[in-house]
Ligand binder design. Structure first.
Ligand SMILES: *Cc1c(COP(=O)(O)O)cnc(C)c1O
Length: 368
């Protein structure tokens, strides 16, 4: 019996994507075994932090890296590093800060990923300065917002962020660097890990439990001086974000195995999405097709469009039934209000696609 069963916790089939609420990634047997190994012996944590960071940086093509508990902690620690550097006097006072402590970001990037990005900035001692309007921001507005009090510019690369009417990352790098201001990128769920360091981003924050398929963890990679400053924050605001030896080793192990955005992987995901589409043919009121990720990544999902006048149940009713079942099936529901349910093939383990197809068929033919 699994530990979850012993606690009376239902089995979950995740067809939603990389969701923190569903426990992030389910790690591979190799990653799980590396973690079990690490958990059963002592190690000098600082040495592990430094050596794991350097090794990950080599894999990603950055100068240096530091493990974190996740991308959210990565933002807070990066902000703190840009404000306090390695100055232990300043570090010990954070999140209280004064002077050069403004963190500039576009208003369309001040999103909620499960918690507000702005809260992570404040946690690191920063004062968020949102530029532009919710759906529009121009170069001139950013130029105007970057002042002598600006400690860093934060760019959020995510499907949560506004995609149109904002200034491109390339231009933001140019604007920030022209004024000698470091740029932090929240790339929590991004698949191309090498892209941001190669662009000259000072600090990039990744989630270990999303694209990398590691345990609940994360990392910051970037310029050596700022990464040393990030490491120093563990003597201050970083302490309650302490990352354990098991998580560090699991993260490194997952990163070693990480295939990134290989064409083979994209093709395999597309095949899975098509398999699910084919399994859902002929259900009254449903139109099923394949759609690409809205942020343009090489991710394909099965889209189930519910015609609510002819389908047995509405999209929202179906979602409730799927989540209430045992096993519980979680789909991707950002467009449920317009009658669309998405099935994300990435987190499905082998065989689970059949369970998803069967449950969807049951719900839409029998209404239970
Ligand atoms: C998931 C996410 C985070 C938080 O990442 P964790 O690793 O869960 O801390 C931050 N920013 C964005 C854009 C995210 O999608």
């Amino acid at each position: 019996m699994s530990f979850y069963e012993r606690l009376g916790v239902r089995r979950v089939i995740n067809a939603a994507g990389k969701m923190t609420a569903l426990g992030g990634s389910a790690v591979s047997p190799e990653v799980a075994s590396a973690m079990a190994d690490a958990a059963q012996s002592h190690v000098e944590l600082e040495e592990l932090m430094i050596k794991a960071g350097k090794y990950m940086a080599r894999l990603i093509g950055a100068e240096d890296a530091v493990p974190t508990t996740g991308a959210a902690a990565g933002i807070a620690i990066s902000v703190a590093a840009c404000i306090a550097g390695t100055d232990l006097g300043k570090i010990s006072k954070l999140p209280q800060s004064s002077g050069k402590n403004r963190i500039v970001l576009m208003k369309g990037h001040a999103v909620n990923f499960g918690a507000p990005v702005a809260s992570m900035i404040r946690l690191g001692g920063g004062v968020p300065v949102e530029v532009g309007e919710a759906n529009s921001c121009g170069r001139a507005q950013i130029e105007d917002a970057l002042t002598d009090d600006t400690a860093a510019f934060l760019y959020v690369k995510s499907h949560h962020a506004v995609q149109k009417g904002v200034v491109s990352l390339e231009e933001c790098i140019d604007l920030a660097h022209k004024r000698g201001i470091p740029i932090i990128v929240d790339a929590a769920a991004e698949e191309d890990l090498k892209k941001y360091p190669a662009m000259g981003i000072d600090l990039t924050c990744f989630s270990g439990g999303k694209a990398i398929l590691g345990p609940t963890s994360g990392l910051i990679c970037g310029k050596a001086g700022l990464i040393a400053a990030c490491r120093a924050q563990y003597q201050g605001i970083g302490r309650p974000m302490k990352v354990g030896k098991e998580a560090i080793v699991g993260l490194v192990s997952a990163l070693e195995a990480y295939g990134g955005v290989s064409p083979e992987r994209a093709a395999a995901l597309l095949k899975k999405a098509e398999y699910i589409r084919d399994g859902l043919q002929g259900i009254p009121g449903l139109q099923v097709s394949i759609v690409q990720d809205e942020a343009g990544r090489a991710i394909y999902r099965t889209e189930v469009k519910v015609d609510e006048s002819t389908a047995k149940v509405t999209a929202k009713q179906a979602i409730r039934l799927l989540e209430k079942g045992d096993p519980a099936v979680f789909t991707r529901n950002h467009y449920a209000n317009v009658g669309i349910i998405l099935v994300d093939p990435r987190p499905l383990r082998d065989g689970e696609e059949d369970v998803v197809v069967n449950r969807l068929r049951e719900v839409f033919t029998r209404g239970e």
